[in-house]
Ligand binder design. Sequence first.
Ligand code: GDP
Ligand code: MG
Length: 162
Amino acid sequence: MKPVLALVGRPNVGKSTLFNRLTRTRDALVADMPGLTRDRKYGLGRGADRPYVVIDTGGIGEGLEGVAEPTTEQARLALAEADAVLFLVDGRAGLTVADQQLAQLMRTLNKPVHLVVNKTDGLDEDSAMAEFYALGLGEVHAIAAVHGRGVRRMLENVLAPF
Ligand code: GDP
Ligand code: MG
């Protein structure tokens, strides 16, 4: 069985960009507009030593009425299906209240959760990661989904137990 990785995080952190990089497609909708990916989207992951399945989800924890609910449900379904969760946050925006609320949800899952700090291109990795250790989710992975920086190393770590 291929391990299933769910990409979860508040809107606009770069989940779809990472999905496209991992699956080498442009299928997932990428946009500046938060909340655009409303459904779960499945892809076959590449770029690691073994195959895996990736699920892109719409953001959870967004404020828009009528958009937040279905995406929340989709994200919850994806979380239920996942063998491991990639919890994405935005290294440029920094730690937000929505991230903290999601971290609470992550702690209730009985599965491995990896905190991934995206958009670290042009940033000092260590200082970009520093504030996110406060979420108490253990090790932090710094990546730049647009360029692929740190993605392979993160994947090796995430897939190692499977
Ligand atoms: P999603 O809502 O979490 O799926 O986020 P998207 O993948 O749609 O990306 C939201 C915005 O962030 C887009 O404008 C992306 O181009 C941008 N973005 C995604 N990854 C990176 C990254 O590694 N670095 C930078 N600078 N921007 C990124
Ligand atoms: Mg998206």
